[in-house]
Write a new protein. Structure first.
Length: 241
């Protein structure tokens, strides 16, 4: 299953990079605003970007003065990253994010993982490794699709306006096929599983955000105002002790 997940991302890498447009597509702007707010000033910080994809956010961090190590399991994604998103403060590595990372203990001030944890079949190993490679104190910030609402369809009223979602089987862990960029796998697990993994690793949650689009983004895309009714993403910040 792990190999299938990686193979899917290798196949869709070009389409993903084009459609995501360096994090400027509508959905990316929602969760990245919250991630950046929690990150604050990153100048001089050693940051691990876990699941960096095509490297657009790794480059953004490097441009802000961070010393960035970016890792991904998809060689195709990394090939794009090494051509499109290059900086003197940025290094890329191919690494299996479900196994032990090849970094020394306490190597990083911050670990960031955008839209990664719901795309891998097992999260406990990675969360334990995040705690190991983080300095004490250190910060882990990750964004995921909202597990409560993501896989449910919108219900519309008589005016074809999306108004609410019906939620069912939320607690059932399962694998779903998605087709945003091409076929990929989504591993649904309830929010409590993410919190439990953090606790088991010895970290604690210091902030949890359910971001919605800022007003200026809705003004540009008024047809997507429904994103302000139900959150599509969760952004969590955990701390090492």
């Amino acid at each position: 299953m792990r190999a299938n997940s990686i193979n899917h991302w290798d196949i869709v890498a070009e389409t993903y990079s084009e459609k995501n447009n360096r994090g400027r597509n509508f959905n990316s702007q929602i969760y990245l605003a919250a991630v950046n707010e929690l990150l604050g000033n990153v100048k001089g910080k050693r940051i691990l970007d876990a699941g960096c994809g095509d490297g657009f956010f790794s480059l953004e961090l490097a441009q802000k003065g961070a010393l960035v190590t970016a890792v991904d399991s998809s060689e195709a994604m990394l090939d794009i990253a090494k051509h499109k998103h290059v900086h003197d403060n940025l290094q890329y590595y191919n690494m299996d994010l479900t196994r032990k990372l090849t970094f020394e203990d306490k190597s990083f001030d911050i670990v960031v993982a955008n839209m990664l944890l719901m795309d891998i079949p097992e999260i406990e190993s990675l969360v334990f490794e995040v705690d190991r490679v983080l300095k004490k104190p250190g910060t882990f910030i990750f964004s995921i699709t909202h597990p409560c609402f993501f896989l449910s369809d919108w219900e519309e009223n008589e005016n074809n306006i999306k108004t609410y979602k019906k939620i069912g089987n939320y607690l059932e862990e399962r694998v779903e096929e998605l087709n945003f960029w091409g076929k990929t796998l989504h591993y649904h697990r309830p929010l409590s599983r993410y919190i439990e993994a953090i606790e088991k690793a010895g970290m604690y949650v210091s902030s949890l955000r359910e971001p919605v689009p800022p007003r200026e983004l809705i003004e540009l895309c008024p047809e997507k105002e429904y994103h302000c009714r139900i959150p599509s993403f969760v952004v969590i910040m955990a701390k090492t002790v």
